[in-house]
Design a protein around this ligand. Structure first.
Ligand SMILES: Cc1ncc(COP(=O)(O)O)c(C=O)c1O
Length: 378
């Protein structure tokens, strides 16, 4: 048996998405910028996909801009949101994805902004009072706070952050890479200026995503070149990817409730089984189902010999998962997220992340293997 429990890293392509993409690969090769019939057919596919996505998210197609990845969408929002609006202060948290953290840190290093970090607690939850204090002290800040943490699953309250940003005239970017297609986002109500999506996190293809730019904010192009994406992002579009992205989001929305209860069931069952079978396990991040991304479970195991071999041993045992413990003092190897929440650096941590394709039998298999490995290595 081989088990894939690394769905926060990427998900397998849904066969229906593949079929849709394959049809395009087989039949459509036109450049969407060409004005002849081949080009027009390709253009129609892109605009139809944009309309599908906008419809699902309750927004206008004019606010959806296709990108090559979640990382590109994050970079675009941050760099353009800050530079084009003459922002000099940004607020983020130490648990953000590197697509956000490294971008903001590079901007701070080059003297473009002063960067503040909002306090978080030991579960990775934002201190909203501290966020308000930072916003009060720095009128017109740029705020970048993710919806769900990709390592520990802790969710932020987007409505609360949005209200605070509105009150203090801040620009709000939310990295929604881990939650798009997993929760119903109603963009007609959310107050975020920028939201992002990466298709490969929801059974779509790799190398394609989008940036949602709320109509209330304008930015200049991020990539200069041709007139693609209404002059905002030069470069011939990834037609197959865009069609696959729209199909994956459509499928995700049509089956969302069903998948959420199936995956949440697996996560709760795995927590129960690990607690019952592996003495000394604990869970990192928020564990309350309402405040935690249902696809992610981050587990700390008891101290053991050769703890840095745990992931390798799991791999050998047929389990694909990912992880990294908190950094020990003086080292910067390891998980910046676990370090930020103060997790122990001497205990190995593994992130198990689930999808609609996983089963209870797979959880049983993984728990049995983990139990064996922990018993051998104590
Ligand atoms: C929270 C978060 N943001 C951004 C990204 C980057 O997305 P991509 O892999 O499409 O560049 C990821 C991917 O792991 C992520 O989990």
């Amino acid at each position: 048996m081989r088990v894939y429990f690394d769905n926060a890293a990427t998900t397998p392509l849904d066969p229906d998405v593949m079929k849709e993409m394959y049809k395009v690969m087989e039949n459509q090769f036109g450049n969407p910028s060409s004005i002849h019939a081949h080009g027009r057919e390709a253009r129609t596919l892109i605009e139809r996909s944009r309309k599908t996505i906008a419809g699902l998210l309750h927004t206008s197609p004019a606010e959806i801009f296709f990108t090559s990845s979640g990382t590109e969408a994050d970079n675009t929002a941050i760099r353009c949101g800050i530079i084009d609006h003459n922002i000099t202060h940004a607020i983020t948290s130490h648990t953000e994805h590197h697509a956000v953290l490294h971008t903001l840190e590079a901007m701070e290093k080059s003297g473009l902004i002063k960067l503040s970090f909002v306090n978080i607690d030991s579960k990775g939850t934002i201190d909203y009072d501290h966020l308000e204090t930072l916003l009060k002290e720095n009128e017109r800040s740029f705020v970048s706070l993710m919806h769900a943490n990709n390592e520990i699953g802790t969710l932020s309250d987007m409505e609360r952050v949005g209200d605070l940003c509105e009150t203090y005239n801040a620009i709000y970017h939310c990295d929604t890479v881990q939650t798009m297609g997993h929760y119903p986002h109603d963009l007609s109500k959310l107050k975020a200026h920028f939201l992002v999506c990466a298709a490969h996190k929801l059974h779509g293809p790799k190398g394609v995503g989008f940036l949602h730019i709320n109509h209330k904010i304008k930015i200049k192009p991020f990539i200069y070149g041709g007139a693609q994406e209404r002059n905002m992002r030069g470069g011939t579009e990834n037609i197959y990817g865009i069609v696959g992205l729209a199909k994956s989001l459509e499928l995700a929305y049509s089956e969302m409730g069903q998948h959420q209860s199936h995956i949440q069931g697996l996560k709760s069952y795995m927590m129960e089984q690990l607690t019952a079978n592996v003495p000394g396990v604990s869970f990192n991040g928020e564990t309350d189902a309402d405040k935690s991304l249902y696809t992610v479970l981050n587990v700390s195991f008891p101290e053991m010999e050769m703890s840095d071999m745990l992931l390798f041993n799991l791999d050998i045992a047929g389990i694909s998962a990912s992880g990294g413990s908190a950094c020990s003092s003086g080292s910067d190897i390891g998980s910046h997220v676990l370090t930020a929440i103060g997790a122990s650096s001497s205990r190995p941590s593994v992130r198990f992340s689930f999808s609609k394709y996983n089963t209870k039998e797979e959880v049983d298999f993984v728990v049995a293997k983990v139990r064996e490995l922990c018993a051998v290595n104590v």
